[in-house]
Design a protein around this ligand. Structure first.
Ligand code: AHR
Length: 325
């Protein structure tokens, strides 16, 4: 539902007007066929290897193809990201690639871009489909199936937990589709496996330091917890620091599992500190620009273009280290 509050988070009156205007057009804006485009990429933040790898992939591919990439960094603020998109609209970009930091506050500017005739491609994170829909309000969502990632972690635990059962869950940013679905996928799976219990679950904002702080607090409250499921590697690495500070041995006293596949995370599997990681590829450049070209060529674009994720554990971490980012 588009509420007045959500509209105000975007760019106030302009965005609100755009929402109403965009509702008048069911069709997505077309994209003219051109050799070179001026394309916006409104990144969420640059505080972890996943984001840096995603930005590099987008910049490298834009450069390779000779497109002009207008890059912004929202510094972990959904409001700043919305204003970055508004500025791209004002600059008259041909198209916008957007990883919406959270699934509601960015909807007004997606609709504003549509109203301005600029197609938007969501990459890596999606928005709330009750507020905006792929194929109608934006072209598509390109990214991982976060529910599937979380389910794969649950399946690995069933086979490898060796009697460990009390789980602390470190959640990603509240309101991010990646956090919402990694929680839903995992919690639904665990609910069907009564040998396991989630004893505590809290937002660690996808960052190493917040992950460490939250793990520290939750370990104090639940000293018998013996599994930590982190929604990304950065928080898992923070949890290792929290465990070590508490005199516990990661990988022995507490089994850690997470999602992403960054180099430090996969190295932690090799070092015996993390049990398993479901990869989540940040390498969006080639697929994003290929989808843009297909769209300009008038091809039918699927509402969800799924990335395939690699899975790492002690059985392949060394051999597949080159796949880490
Ligand atoms: O949206 C993808 C997630 O965002 C990655 O798992 C995480 O590391 C990043 O911040």
């Amino acid at each position: 539902m588009i509420t007045r509050r959500n509209l105000l988070i975007g760019s106030a009156a302009g965005a609100a007007a755009a929402v109403l205007a965009s509702r008048a057009f069911a069709e997505l804006p077309p994209l003219a066929k051109k050799d070179k485009y001026k394309v916006g990429f409104a990144q969420t933040e640059s505080n972890n290897p996943w984001r840096l790898a995603e930005t590099k992939s987008m910049q490298d591919e834009a450069k390779r193809l000779g497109h002009q990439l207008i890059y912004t960094d929202a510094a972990s603020s959904a409001a700043k990201q919305a204003s970055d998109v508004n500025s791209m609209i004002a600059q008259g970009v041909d198209a916008i690639f957007l990883p919406p930091r959270e699934d509601k506050p960015l909807v007004p500017v997606i609709l504003a871009a549509k109203a301005a005739g600029i197609p938007v491609f969501l990459i890596d994170r999606d928005v709330d489909h009750t507020m905006a829909k792929p194929g109608e309000d934006y072209v598509t969502f390109i990214g991982s199936d976060f529910i599937e990632e979380a389910t794969r972690i649950g399946e690995w635990l069933v086979k490898n937990a060796n009697g460990k059962s009390k789980i602390i869950e470190l959640e990603g940013t509240t309101g991010a589709s990646a956090a919402r679905d990694r929680k839903k996928g995992f919690d639904d799976f665990i609910a069907k496996h009564p040998d396991f219990k989630i004893v505590a679950s809290q937002d660690g904002d996808f960052t190493r330091d917040k992950g460490r702080q939250v793990a520290e607090t939750l370990l104090q409250a639940h000293p018998d917890a013996d599994i930590i499921y982190a929604h990304n590697d950065e928080m898992a690495l923070g949890a290792i620091a929290a465990l070590e500070a508490a005199g516990k041995v990661a990988g022995k006293d507490v089994l850690i599992v997470s999602i992403d596949g960054e180099k430090d995370g996969v190295q932690a599997i090799i070092d015996g500190k993390i049990g398993a990681i479901c990869g989540c590829s940040p390498l969006f450049g080639p697929k994003s620009f290929a989808t843009l070209a297909d769209y300009a060529a008038g091809k039918k674009i699927a509402p969800f273009i799924k990335n395939e994720d690699h899975f790492f554990d002690a059985g392949n971490a060394k051999k597949d280290f080159a796949l880490a980012f």
